[in-house]
Design a protein around this ligand. Structure first.
Ligand code: ZN
Ligand code: ZN
Length: 171
């Protein structure tokens, strides 16, 4: 979806509501941890305030991941708020650290912008739960489902994934 700056200029600060559905296949193909995803539904509004253009709202989707510790597939409902500001006046973007994005044209293209924001929230190390116990490095049992009697050194569950990694590399 494309928002024309001229339309925002005409509205004189009155927000322009929008709804965008991002393509699930495109999102999936751009992050290796995403096994599947429902189409991302974005609801928001755009407005011009002073010399700046704003786009903000919320995105939602259900994402399927494989837990990095126990290898179980799980679904996470993702809720991603977004808020971006733009200008086409170069003098307002004072340095590269600025959050204000410089537009080179007369429109804001929403889909790539929102896809980027969504992908930034995708974990690089997905966990089915914060305290997932992971797989036993000795017998391979899922320790969330059943205990085992292997004498593994007690390790912080937060490091269990790392321990599994080293175990595999030492075999
Ligand atoms: Zn897990
Ligand atoms: Zn075991």
């Amino acid at each position: 979806m494309i928002i024309r700056l001229s339309e925002l200029d005409h509205r004189k600060g009155e927000p322009l509501p929008f709804r965008v559905t991002l393509d699930a296949d495109d999102i999936k193909s751009r992050h290796q941890e995403i096994r599947s995803v429902t189409p991302v539904q974005a609801v928001g509004e755009a407005a011009k305030l002073g010399d700046l253009y704003y786009v903000n709202g919320d995105m939602e989707a259900d994402v399927n991941y494989v837990c990095a510790r126990c290898l179980t597939t799980f679904t996470q409902h993702m809720h991603v708020p977004f808020s971006e500001s733009f200008t086409n006046d170069e003098s307002l973007v004072l340095d590269e650290e600025s959050d204000i994005q410089l537009l080179d044209g007369e429109e804001i293209e929403l889909d790539p912008l929102l896809s980027e924001d969504f992908l930034l929230e995708v974990p690089t190390f997905p966990l089915c739960s914060e305290d997932c116990k992971g797989l036993c490095p000795t017998c391979g049992v899922n320790r969330n489902e059943q205990p085992c009697s292997c004498k593994n050194e007690r390790i912080d569950p937060r490091l269990a994934g790392l321990a599994d990694f080293f175990q595999k590399n030492n075999e």
